[in-house]
Design a binder for this molecule. Structure first.
Ligand code: PLP
Length: 400
């Protein structure tokens, strides 16, 4: 099968360059296109489909709520929001939840909360708050967030930029120590950098960041929007290093692959700095989102999804390691999440993903010749083996 890239969407803004597959239906780990071709989804909507497409429990929760109440705005209470927030707070071992919609909104909200905490609690002079971030970060697409990105595509042409951010190399705790000053209110990092290519930091990094933040009265904000909720074989990637941040930023899989649901989760001494009128969202915490998010939290509460991601992830990584030196330069990741650097002869990551799709597997490049695999956790070991055989088929040695 050959996939051809035509301009099939003349009315869609060109902020993406999709692989030429037009999905029509999906179930579990499989997607079917408009021509009836089936693909194993090894991207999982960038970890937003951790539980598979249209998981029956999540669809049932959504349907049930669709028949009861979908939107009130926060002008009134719904009977869904407090139970959802209580359950999510418990999953995180925290006290409060600020519900939002997209991941970028959770990040924006986390930044606002950290600044407010800095002024109200830490005593930083007004307008002087600084947040330490990492090179290679990806936290979303809003004007403030791209202000501290070092990806030229994400950043260039969108200034003026929001000040108040200090960039340091990812994985270097000493650089954070050097960057932290009197006005630092937070360190904001992805525990494993997703968009950068599933970059796993050295084992002492997160424990040292945790210690530094505690020592200097600085909030440790972990953006677990892509890494969290089972993906790495644990509920949160931070757990891989026994680290508990002050603030979790969650999104993607929290919406069960059905609706956008995101959240800032922290203790009362942090989230309690927000008072009525200081932050909000018409859709944040809506009853439909809360019902689905609550079901996601319930599904994660017995640890079986996390265990499945750990077990299948070990298998996936073992299979991928066999490709190193045979078309692949390096493989990284944890759990059911892998970044793969291709040898230059394989062409760009995008070219490889198109070949992979022609063999029936959906994946996505991150940048250059790196691609990312994040299959839904419902995938089976046999399906992973099948995908790895297709991966071998897609490797192109004719160019050497
Ligand atoms: C770590 C991280 N943070 C934030 C975001 C932004 O999420 P959204 O696209 O829902 O705004 C992403 C999206 O890929 C992400 O990977």
């Amino acid at each position: 099968m050959t996939l051809t890239s035509t301009d099939a969407e003349p009315h869609v803004a060109r902020n993406y360059s999709p692989i030429p597959v037009t999905a029509a239906t999906a179930e579990g780990a499989w997607v079917t296109d408009v021509d009836g071709r089936r693909y194993l989804d090894c991207l999982g909507a960038y970890s937003a489909v951790n539980f598979g497409h249209r998981h029956p429990r999540l669809v049932a929760a959504a349907r049930d709520q669709l028949d009861r109440l979908t939107l009130t705005s926060r002008a009134f209470r719904s009977d869904r929001l407090e139970p959802f927030c209580a359950a999510l707070a418990e999953l995180c071992g925290k006290e409060m939840v600020l519900p939002m919609n997209t991941g970028a909104e959770a990040v924006e909200s986390g930044i606002k909360v950290a600044r407010k905490w800095g002024y109200d609690v830490k005593g930083v002079p007004d307008g002087q708050a600084e947040i330490v971030v990492a090179h290679g970060n990806f936290h979303g697409r809003t004007t403030t967030i791209i202000s501290f990105s070092d990806d030229p595509d994400a950043r260039n042409g969108f200034g003026p930029y929001t000040p108040g951010f200090v960039q340091v190399p990812f994985g270097d705790a000493r650089a954070i120590a050097d960057a932290v000053g009197e006005n630092t209110v937070a360190v904001l990092i992805e525990p494993i950098q997703g968009e950068a290519g599933i970059v796993v930091p050295p084992d002492d990094y997160l424990p040292r960041v945790r210690a530094l933040c505690s020592e200097h009265d600085v909030l440790f904000i972990a953006d677990e929007i892509q890494s969290g909720l089972g993906r790495t074989g644990t509920t949160f990637a931070c757990e891989l290093w026994d680290v508990v941040p002050d603030v979790y930023l969650l999104g993607k899989a929290l919406g069960g692959g059905i609706v956008p649901v995101s959240a800032v989760v922290a203790d009362r001494d942090v989230l309690g700095v927000l008072h009525p009128g200081q932050h909000g969202s018409t859709f944040g915490g809506n009853p439909l989102a809360a019902a689905i998010g609550h079901e996601v939290v319930d599904m994660l509460s017995d640890g079986s999804w996390q265990q499945r991601a750990a077990d299948l992830g070990a298998h996936l990584h073992a299979r991928l390691r066999d490709f190193v030196g045979h078309g692949v330069v390096a493989v990284r990741g944890r759990g059911l999440w892998a970044g793969i650097d291709l040898e230059p002869e394989q062409g760009t990551g995008k070219e490889f993903c198109i070949r992979l799709a022609e063999h029936g597997v959906l994946a996505k490049d991150t940048h250059g010749s790196t691609l990312r695999l994040a299959p839904p956790i419902v995938v089976t070991e046999d399906e992973i083996d099948w995908a790895m055989d297709r991966f071998a088929d897609a490797l192109d040695f004719s160019r050497r």
